[in-house]
Design a protein around this ligand. Structure first.
Ligand code: PMV
Length: 339
């Protein structure tokens, strides 16, 4: 029997980076999804359908590697430096998957191995939650294949452990948004605070400026290394903006939401996570009468744009050779796909 699961990507409407410091973030699920199929096998077989990469290893090997990665993670947490973990994960493109599958297997203790088929519509490492969406759908697929009915909470909890191995010390916002879907108000903690966010008819034009050179973990570390006296007031301002955005989304005022986008983008640029390409795109969008901000860790990746006429954003994206999507927000969270 083959099980097929999918989970959405997400965008950060506000609060990325600030969320790492205990501030609220608003995230919304988008229509692009990660798809994982799973069927029983003797070993662990992985087929990355988009790139044609295939790998096979033993269940023990996956669990041992996950245990080793977890121990390097524990070390990194104590020293507040995850560079050793990132080095292991960057070794090749199968290591992160081996650690993820090994972790899920250690958590669920399944009797059989698994053959996984993975494909994703979400651009990789670009602020749209590609890894979180994979973590959530992979966990659910392996559980379902073994007849384990995971609650959404437990699904999210395991996915968070996978995200920790990939990003060091993530807030958990990404996996929560991909697991639950819709739009959420998120404050990290144990447990994290998660509330639904009311959104009236919010549509976005999303432009992808290209895959960032630095990973989420590296960008989070770069912000952490800023002087606190410089960083903290900007995080406080992002918190105030998050509250204003929640009201603005509920009232459906696109103009207000757009103005909050612009302020958030200025602050994220001051924190050093924007790029020249993003800055140029944001200037073009503003000159055309719209609003724009980066989404997620930054250092490249996607920019959320708002304009009364989405065609204007499409033109600007086209002139720069960037990918463009127009999308509503609030897609369904992780789900089992039926034929
Ligand atoms: O770029 P993404 O999708 O990995 O989002 C990262 C968001 C941060 O706030 C920068 C980190 C986090 O863990 O929340």
């Amino acid at each position: 029997m083959e099980v097929r699961v999918s989970a959405p990507g997400k965008v950060h409407l506000i609060g990325e980076h600030a969320v790492v410091y205990g501030k609220p973030a608003i995230l919304a699920a988008v229509g692009l999804r990660c798809h994982v199929s799973a069927k029983a096998a003797d070993s662990v077989c992985i087929n990355l359908k988009d790139s044609g990469t295939k790998a096979e290893f033993g269940i023990e090997e996956a669990m041992d590697f996950a245990a080793e990665a977890r121990s390097v993670w524990n070390d990194g947490r104590q020293r507040n430096d995850f560079s050793a973990l990132f080095a292991i994960m960057k070794k090749d493109n199968i290591s992160p998957l081996k650690a993820m599958v090994g972790t899920v297997m250690s958590e669920l203790k399944p009797e059989a191995g698994v053959s996984l088929g993975i494909s994703s519509e979400i651009p990789v490492g670009s602020g749209m939650g590609s890894s979180a969406s994979l973590a959530v759908s992979l966990t659910r697929a392996i559980a379902e294949m073994n007849g384990v009915r995971l609650s959404r909470e437990r699904n999210n909890e395991i996915a968070f452990r996978l995200e920790q191995l990939l990003h060091g010390s993530p807030s958990g916002g990404d996996n929560t948004a991909c697991c639950y879907g819709n739009a959420i108000w998120f404050i990290k903690g144990s447990p994290s605070a998660v509330e639904p966010v009311e959104m009236k008819g919010m549509r976005l034009a999303i432009v992808n400026t290209g895959e960032p050179e630095r990973t989420t973990g590296e960008l989070v570390s770069a912000v952490r290394s800023l002087d606190e006296a410089y960083r903290n007031p900007r995080m406080d301002e992002l918190e105030r903006l998050a509250h204003r955005m929640r009201d603005s989304l509920a009232s459906g005022s696109a103009e207000n939401t757009g103005r909050i986008f612009d302020k958030a983008q200025d602050l994220l640029a001051e924190l050093g996570v924007s790029t020249e390409k993003i800055d140029d795109l944001v200037s073009d969008v503003k000159r055309a009468g719209g609003h724009a901000k980066l989404s997620g860790a930054g250092g490249g990746g996607i920019v959320l744009c708002m304009h009364k006429d989405a065609g204007k954003i499409m033109e600007i994206a086209g002139e720069n050779g960037y990918m463009f999507w127009e999308t509503g927000l609030g897609a369904e969270g992780v789900k089992i796909e039926t034929e």
